[in-house]
Write a protein that binds this ligand. Structure first.
Ligand SMILES: [Zn+2]
Length: 275
């Protein structure tokens, strides 16, 4: 510290006289609203994900379905006959390390992935797709620009994250609502369930409903809709989930498990039907 700061009486020349301190206002003008925004989004984020079912605490999935958890996001490997699998989403890692390790554990390489079904275009669900050049990449048409990094989704969370071309994927086949796609020995049914994003999908394969981010499992075994901060239209999301529950029940589709992109799984159609 300088002598001046200690109030020293040492004589000094006029040039040393302390300048009157000007309080800088701009750090407060800029910083306070930013801090408020950060706290606001932090609170919203915690509210959105509080009380959810952790991956490890979820119910076991039916035979032929493997959850591959990679940090805070899960993708799913669905058996499609000898040496072949289909993926539901492909994760947040452009190198898809965890997926490649899961394949290697089965003695399989990248080319074993014959098809990828994308629940939606948020980058934490699409980044790994580029590793699987042999796979058909499928999604609903409305979602394609988001998946391909040409447009961002409309939610506040997506605005914060922005478009991430380095995590984009190329869609090679668009789906029709209700369509069944056969991959090797496995049939995958596609349902259009917009709301979380404009072209969000849910898929049914091996008696499992893959809901992506259209819904989350609560730790108490109930289900909730998509997290609001990252959702384009919460009302449409709710409507889509209710319509999906009715379609699955009306068509007598066997449902042994509900699988989610960010939480553990639930058993049976019950939690979706009760939502
Ligand atoms: Zn999402």
């Amino acid at each position: 510290m300088s002598d001046a700061a200690h109030g020293s009486t040492t004589p000094r020349s006029a040039g040393d006289a302390p300048k009157p301190k000007k309080r800088r206002r701009w750090p407060y003008v800029v910083g306070l609203p930013l801090a408020a925004l950060a706290v606001g989004f932090g609170t919203l984020y915690l509210t959105a994900f509080a009380g959810w079912m952790p991956f490890g605490a979820g119910r076991a999935l039916p035979e032929g379905v493997e959850m591959v958890a990679d940090g805070y996001v899960a993708e799913f490997m669905v058996d499609a006959g000898p040496g072949a699998v289909a993926l539901i989403d492909c994760g947040n890692d452009p190198e898809a390390k965890v997926l490649l390790a899961a394949l290697a554990k089965r003695g399989l390489g990248k080319d074993a992935v014959k098809a990828i079904f994308l629940t939606h275009g948020h980058p934490d669900h699409t980044a790994g797709c580029r590793q699987f050049a042999a796979a058909e990449v499928m999604a609903f048409e409305a979602e394609v620009p988001i998946i391909e990094g040409k447009r961002r989704a409309a939610s506040p969370g997506a605005a914060l994250v922005g478009v991430k071309p380095d995590k984009a994927a190329k869609v090679t086949r668009t789906l029709k609502d209700g369509e069944t796609v056969t991959v090797g020995a496995t049939r995958v049914r596609a349902f259009l369930t917009p709301g979380h994003t404009v072209g969000s999908a849910s898929f049914v394969a091996k008696d499992t409903v893959f809901l992506g981010d259209n819904a989350l499992a609560n730790a108490d075994g109930t289900m909730r809709g998509a997290p609001a901060l990252f959702t384009d239209d919460a009302i449409e999301n709710r409507r889509s989930l209710k319509a999906l529950a009715k379609r699955l029940a009306d068509e007598n589709i066997t449902v042994k498990a509900l699988a989610f992109g960010h939480t553990g799984a639930l058993a049976g159609l019950g939690p979706l039907a009760a939502y």
